[in-house]
Design a binder for this molecule. Structure first.
Ligand code: SF4
Ligand code: SF4
Length: 327
């Protein structure tokens, strides 16, 4: 039956530090989410219960009774949904530990306390989902956090997804540490790591991230991309989040583009810092100019360019695509 719903309601789950919730989009944009199980710390699920909760939401969506948090969400689409409720879209986001201290991060105010937290284990839950036919063979997982590479389970998680499924792995990494699993997954064309430098210079990077490791990160990006063919190279995302007052000046954007050029990166991603946008609700004129500059660069250098959540809200939806990497 065809009705307005979304991939997460139908086939998704997102794990945060104290709950299993329905989707990630509401996490990013509204800082709230529909909870499937509250006070959750990695206990094995009663999958029938999970299916019943998901079914309740599916029934609501089928009757066009869209929960307020989902209203207007760009993920909504009219489709004939499969109805199997297997987990196909997963967000793993249940830890907050990270080596950086980005000024825009939700962890910024409680950095020390959050870095001391000991994350619960997600892998037994995924293995149990597989055993109970609740994990789809195909799909997408987004491993975000916190910093994935410092999660103890990270190598085992990567091994699990690569060996037991054909799920594509998206990873947000600061690249302060190098992971051979990320490199291996890129080689297999099974992962797309995104690195948000947000700066073209060491000074600005340090101002934004509060840690002086610009060079280390750039060296790790070089290691990730070394010897890759253009298709695999284009899986590594270079992101720039415009943070008014910090990196929204021509020199910085030019320095970032120079670095992108020197490194030979071809997957560019732009975003506007979400706290600033929530407060101000407009896109500054100078940022529009810098976006145009990046667009021009992308065309001249035959790069892919995409926009992230806030910029799509501001109307930047047209992706530039020169390299077909199957994503
Ligand atoms: S409609 Fe949007 S906010 Fe609601 S569950 Fe789906 S992705 Fe999340
Ligand atoms: S790299 Fe990510 S998780 Fe780490 S502090 Fe920055 S925004 Fe937060």
């Amino acid at each position: 039956m065809s009705y307005l719903s979304c991939e997460f309601v139908e086939n998704g789950m997102c794990f945060i530090y104290n709950a299993a919730v329905l989707c990630s989009y509401s996490m990013c944009m509204k800082f709230d989410a529909i909870r499937i199980i509250d006070d959750y710390k990695g206990e094995l699920f009663d999958w029938d219960k999970v299916r019943n909760i998901k079914q309740e939401y599916r029934d609501r969506f089928a009757k066009n009774d869209i929960p307020p948090i989902c209203q207007g969400c760009p993920s909504l689409q009219v489709k004939d949904w499969p109805g199997d409720m297997q987990l196909k879209y997963i967000l793993i986001n249940h830890w907050e530990n990270c080596q950086l201290d980005c000024i825009y991060c939700h962890t910024h105010e409680r950095k020390k306390e959050l870095n001391k937290m000991k994350p619960w284990k997600i892998l037994p839950v995924l293995k149990d989902a597989l055993k109970n036919n609740m994990l789809s063979y195909e799909g997408n997982v987004n491993i975000t956090g916190g910093e994935p590479t410092i999660l103890k389970e990270f190598p085992d998680l990567m091994k699990f997804f690569l060996e037991k499924t054909n799920i594509f792995i998206m990873i947000n990494t600061a690249a302060v540490d190098y992971s051979k699993w990320i490199r291996k997954a890129i080689e297999l064309r099974r992962a797309a790591p995104t690195i948000s430098l947000d700066a073209g210079t060491r000074e600005t990077y340090k101002k934004i991230k509060n840690v002086d490791c610009f060079k280390k990160v750039v060296d790790n990006i070089k290691k990730y991309k070394k010897g890759l063919d253009p298709v695999r190279n284009s899986l590594i995302g270079m992101k720039y989040i415009f943070i008014p007052g910090y990196n929204d000046n021509l020199e910085e954007v030019k320095a970032w583009l120079k670095l992108v050029d020197d490194l030979g990166m071809t997957n560019l991603q732009l975003e506007l810092e979400h706290h600033w946008y929530e407060k101000n609700k407009y896109l500054p004129e100078n940022v529009k100019e810098y976006i145009d500059l990046v667009v021009q660069y992308a065309h001249e250098h035959k790069c892919n360019l995409s926009y992230r959540e806030i910029l799509t809200t501001c109307g930047y939806t047209e992706v530039i695509r020169y390299i077909d990497n199957g994503r």
